[in-house]
Design a binder for this molecule. Structure first.
Ligand SMILES: [Fe+2]
Ligand SMILES: [Fe+2]
Length: 280
């Protein structure tokens, strides 16, 4: 007898309930390959199915998770500061793996085209690669993921939007992942200045692939607005104000945000300080 084929939602739950980072990302990449093979017709179709994702994904015992104000600040220009920065990015990437599988498993009751699942499976696969790239950089510097404390509360956006798909899209890809586009060029410059080519190359991969994750968010947000006859801009503002705590922080990477389908009048009115005339 052959093993019954897992549904995509069950695969997502298996990733979410795997604690170890390397095991989690290996499973994530294996399932992404299986989904791709099924979607291109190489193997039998995989159903999306339904599952019960946990409210919190499983995480390894280390790193210790601390309130952001208790995470020690290190000078970004120092060797220890650069290790801490790579560690923080690794933590974000592992969280992103779970965020993408969570959106797959969490909202199967909302009818969506299969392309919705293609996009998030691809994103989860890429985040898994990003986590491993950061772990390789840490290893080259004699460190590892778990060696330093990390921010608690990264899962808050997922918890807050646990039953609101549009809220999830607004806050996770269109606010949090878009923020990554704003800050990554500065990080790349910092590692380039330190002559750390492995970290520069890894961050360049992350930077180029993250644009698509934001774009998938904007694409499916607009899709849902169109289906429900809602004004995307007004809806985005209302949802971010409901679910995101605090103002968005300029400067914004307007060029990459535009590549991802985020116009200035979406994010500027939610920012600290006055929006430029073109973005009101
Ligand atoms: Fe990433
Ligand atoms: Fe991402």
């Amino acid at each position: 007898m052959t093993e019954p084929q897992l549904t995509l939602a069950q695969m997502a739950v298996n990733v979410l309930t795997t604690a170890d980072g390397h095991e989690k990302t290996a499973l994530s990449r294996r399932y992404a390959a299986a989904w791709r093979a099924a979607r291109t017709g190489e193997t039998a179709a995989i159903e999306v199915g339904q599952a019960s994702p946990p409210l919190h994904p499983s995480r390894p015992d280390a790193p210790e998770l601390l309130h952001p104000r208790d995470v020690p600040k290190r000078k970004p220009g120092s060797p220890q500061g650069r290790i801490a920065l790579l560690h923080a990015v690794a933590h974000i990437e592992l969280n992103a793996v779970d965020l993408h599988w969570d959106i797959i498993a969490r909202f199967t009751h909302v009818p969506m085209p299969l392309g919705f699942y293609d996009d998030w499976v691809k994103s989860a696969d890429e985040e898994s690669k990003h986590f491993n790239l950061m772990c390789d950089c840490l290893a080259s510097l004699g460190s590892h993921y778990g060696a330093l404390p990390a921010h608690a509360g990264m899962w808050r956006a997922a918890e807050d939007t646990v039953d609101d798909l549009m809220g999830r899209l607004a806050v996770v890809p269109m606010v949090l992942e878009a923020r990554g586009l704003d800050v990554t060029p500065g990080m790349i410059a910092l590692f380039r200045k330190a002559g750390m080519t492995e970290a520069v190359d890894a961050l360049e991969v992350i930077y180029s692939e993250e644009v698509a994750h934001v774009a998938y968010g904007a694409k499916w947000f607009n899709f849902l607005c169109g289906r429900d006859n809602l004004d995307p801009k007004a809806e985005f503002h209302a949802l971010v104000q409901t679910y995101f705590h605090g103002a968005l922080k300029p400067p914004f990477n307007e060029e990459k945000r535009a590549d991802a389908g985020l116009p200035p009048d979406f994010y500027w009115p939610l920012a600290d300080g006055e929006a430029p005339a073109y973005a009101r």
